[in-house]
Design a protein around this ligand. Structure first.
Ligand code: GCO
Ligand code: MG
Length: 408
């Protein structure tokens, strides 16, 4: 079954998405997500100029061989652009294989290991009362695990706090802004470290000890600061503390681990199993945060998760709205099939996004299910996609109060 067409589709229903659509000689189509928030067109060029010409005429059934051909065959390997492009090809080929088999993809991955994937939602507030309302709203929507982010007294807009309603009236946090230059946010780690424990104290006082609570540090602490935060949050029994330190430095996690029993999650910006080897072999983390979209596809992420499983470490796939519905569906099939599933991040997409991407996955009683439609279960409406042309958007940049550039 040869690949006869490969189209790179860019659409912007409220935010930018890059999708690869492969067509075979028998008319089957497969979709893959290649969205790299704020750097989308780099992946478009990589795919269109360097990958599409290699795909035409290839056997769509040879998924592993195609992965190795694009990875090893490029010589210049790894990196977010390359791995998002390879991920899109890999996901589209799995979609085609599952459609050809007439099965939902999770069946090809070994079948369901559970009835659904526990999802966590994003609650946030500029202050504690607004946060408590947001948690209540998420519980009403059915979420059974909640990420908690708030404003910090003395600082303006900070990571993770929603400030405006989307097209369906929901307040979801969307960091990328359609401005000519990135917006600048001010950051102060000491103010943050003082405030966060008071937030979790208020949340536990209101909602009790049972509700799984998560928090994202978004790469801003030094190892000793992260160790301090992990320790100060121990009384509030977090499900995880995410991205405590910048991701490049795997050995930073050794220091954090020596000081705290707060579970640790990292990896949304990783793109290779080699980013994880120290973390997994030394059991320095509890959850692997990579998404299918940014870690080289289903083929590659499955290998990372199998290695994690050897060390008792679980999945916690990245699932913000910059992962497209195609990337989210791919995650859900993997979540359902693997043994060492932990949790799935889930920020529902806007209505405009769901006009372009017709999804079949469902969310009920806190659990996500990819559906039993053949393949991934997502269709791309090309007419709807064309109604939303690309608009450049940037993620913010962070500066300390004295003006020094900091990790965002
Ligand atoms: C998360 C992430 C996102 C990222 C975003 C950047 O845990 O969901 O940290 O909010 O900031 O994916 O593009
Ligand atoms: Mg994160």
């Amino acid at each position: 079954m040869k690949i006869t067409e490969a189209d790179v589709v860019v659409t912007s229903p409220g935010r930018n998405f890059v999708t690869l659509r492969l067509t075979t000689e028998d008319g089957l189509t497969g979709l893959g997500d290649a969205t790299l928030n704020g750097r989308e067109l780099a992946v478009v060029a990589y795919l269109s100029e360097h990958v599409v010409p290699l795909l035409i005429g290839r056997d769509a059934g040879r998924i592993e061989d195609t992965w190795q051909y694009l990875y090893r065959g490029a010589y210049w390997r790894r990196g977010p652009v390359t791995m998002a492009a390879i991920a899109a090809v890999d996901t589209a080929l799995w979609d085609i294989k599952a459609k050809a088999a007439g099965m939902p993809l999770y069946q090809l991955l070994g079948g369901a290991s559970r009835t659904g994937a526990l999802a966590y939602g994003h609650a946030s507030g500029r202050d504690i009362p607004e946060l408590l309302d947001s948690i209540r709203a998420h519980l009403e929507q059915g979420f059974r695990a909640i990420r908690v982010q708030t404003g910090i007294p003395g600082l303006g807009t900070v990571y993770g706090v929603a400030s405006s309603a989307g097209d369906d009236g929901r307040y979801d946090y969307e960091p990328a802004r359609r401005t000519a230059l990135p917006t600048v946010e001010t950051w102060d780690t000491r103010a943050y470290l003082r405030h966060v424990p008071t937030v979790f104290e208020a949340v536990r006082a209101e909602f009790g000890p049972d509700l799984p609570l998560l928090h994202d540090g978004h790469h801003r602490m030094t190892p000793i600061q992260a160790a301090k935060l992990g320790k100060s949050l121990e009384p509030y029994d977090l499900f995880w503390l995410e991205d405590a330190t910048p991701g490049e430095d795997q050995t930073a996690l050794r220091l954090i681990r020596q000081h705290t029993t707060t579970p640790l999650a990292i990896g949304e910006v990783f793109n290779s199993v080699h980013d994880y080897t120290v973390l997994l072999q030394e059991r320095l983390i509890d959850y692997v945060r990579s998404a299918v979209t940014h870690a080289g596809g289903i083929t590659a992420l499955r290998k990372v998760l199998d290695l994690a499983g050897v060390y008792g470490i679980k999945s916690g796939m990245h699932g913000p709205t910059d992962i497209s519905p195609v990337g989210m569906a791919a995650a859900l099939h993997l979540d359902l099939a693997i043994h060492n599933f932990g949790i799935q991040e889930y920020m529902p997409h806007s209505l405009a996004t769901l006009e372009v991407f017709r999804t079949s996955y469902g969310f009920k009683d806190g659990l996500l299910h990819p559906s039993d439609s053949p393949g991934l279960g997502v269709e791309l409406d090309l007419d709807a996609a064309a109604r939303f042309p690309y608009e450049a958007a940037y993620l913010p940049v962070s500066r300390l109060t004295d003006g020094t550039v900091h990790d965002w």
